[in-house]
Write a protein that binds this ligand. Sequence first.
Ligand code: MRU
Length: 364
Amino acid sequence: MKHKSQSLWEKPNIENGIEVIDQRKLPFELNPFTIKNLESGCFAIKEMVVRGAPLIGVTAAYTMYFASLSLDANNYHSDLKKTAESIKFCRPTAVNLSWAVNRLMALSTKFNTLYEVQNAFLNDARTILKEDINSCFQIGQHGLNIIKDLYNQLKRPLNILTHCNAGRLACIKYGTATAPMYAAHSLGIPIHIWVDETRPRNQGAKLTAWELKEAGIKHSVITDNSGGYLMQKGYVDLVIVGTDRVAKNGDVANKIGTYLKALAAKEHNIPFYVALPYSTVDWELETGINEIPIENRSRSEVNHMDFFLNGNFFSAPIMDLDSPITNPGFDVTPARFISSFITEYGIFRANPIGLQSLKEHGLS
Ligand code: MRU
């Protein structure tokens, strides 16, 4: 299984589909899941077999390609539009999803036959995959400079806090928030990562901790409520998180709970960085707080927990099932709490000028 190097890869014959790591089973089982048509692609995104903004984008691009294979060559335009809408509908917050689908739809207008469109879709899905690997590598190099500077200043092992999973599982390789950690670790800079467990789905405890263990990076899983205490005690030197969507003013949507960590970091003067590829900026949105769509997720994520016992997965209630529940999947951290953005093009301020400068780099 190619999982050692990537979270998504093509089968030897692409007509048989792509494989992704089934993230619902980690860290207990490491199984591939096959995506080979519209249904399996949408299922994987909706049910969080794949998750994390950049990986959702790459999966969406391949899903567009597989879906295009079953369209009627004489009359494909309207079905292609419907396909694009149904993929975009799978999850609302991560903009990489609509970014990838819109990119392919724009490409489709350049061709006159379905056959040409299919070829273009496959080529572009492959390009998006490669771009993601390169972007995350570059994010790692730029973020490394921040870690190096802090290490040279403090001259002791650094404690870095992260939330959710913005690691290689959320991308193709390296991750966004984790890329600078991997780069620092490979240079021998001593780091220790505080991993927020990230209720309700526990992406931190289940996925980030697994990734860091595989990479041999020291880490400790903490409950979501521990961050403020650890910051107050001086046990956090730096926060790095990922994001699902950034607005033009620098507001950032990320997994629910990110905002609370940003508030606490501000109070304690702890640098709070957000790592992202260019594809995670929504150039249509002026501001984040009222404009970024926030996914409301199911009651069962809160009132049940998943367990793995004696080789079996099962879900069991952890509270009175009559209790009312609200389960927003993301929150928005205002730009003023963010030290800077770490991107593939370098470090940019979290304000309209910083974002404009990032745009100019992205377009050049
Ligand atoms: O609901 P998820 O697990 O898809 O949410 C993922 C996150 O919030 C990540 O932090 C974000 O997508 C950045 S991934 C590089």
